[in-house]
Design a protein around this ligand. Sequence first.
Ligand SMILES: C[S@@+](CC[C@H](N)C(=O)[O-])C[C@H]1O[C@@H](n2cnc3c(N)ncnc32)[C@H](O)[C@@H]1O
Length: 199
Amino acid sequence: MSADDVIQAWDQADPTSIHPLRQVSEEAYWDSGRAQADMLATVIPDGAKVLDFGCGDGRVAIPLAALGYEVTAVDASQRMLDRLADRAPDLSTLHATADGVLNHLGRRKMDAIVSLAVLIHHDYKDSRYTISRLRAATKLGGILVLDWPVSDQPTEADSWIGVTTWSRQQQADACAEIGLEPVDSGLPWGVYRAVKAGS
Ligand SMILES: C[S@@+](CC[C@H](N)C(=O)[O-])C[C@H]1O[C@@H](n2cnc3c(N)ncnc32)[C@H](O)[C@@H]1O
């Protein structure tokens, strides 16, 4: 599936399909976002300018803003952003893909970028391209938290809700080429520092 197909599927998705906890309860869904924002705060410096890429309806972006971060919530689905705005009308949003983020920022860079449950649904080519754009939008020395899983049996997602997994070597090669240094964090996602490509 192309990135456009994945984005279109999310745009049309029933809100209950967005996250498994939604089928448990709304409270559990929003609690999970607050808990994940607290986890992200262990690796993102206080007061940082944070971009939540593929923010959905703000499950994590809204509690991150409540923790004092300067959050920009980005999604390619206007429907998702409208739901976010219903709940948090003052949160800064951007309707864009990763290329749109770079156009929007121009020479400005973010202190940190978070992207949870987004890249997992893209194929290798599109995930790698998107990660390279997100790296380009991050300050040197900044932090990226990417839901970018490795597996001993890597596979590419074959539907919008499927999950792409990478081999350790594939991921290490991509990090070196893109300019990402893994950070040992104990978090359930990949945490990386933005470094010069090839270093
Ligand atoms: C599973 S939801 C995750 C939402 C949120 N990150 C969370 O953890 O609750 C995936 C979101 O990523 C967005 N998305 C997927 N691919 C994207 C892309 N290439 N550019 C921008 N948004 C994207 C979808 O529109 C959808 O809102």
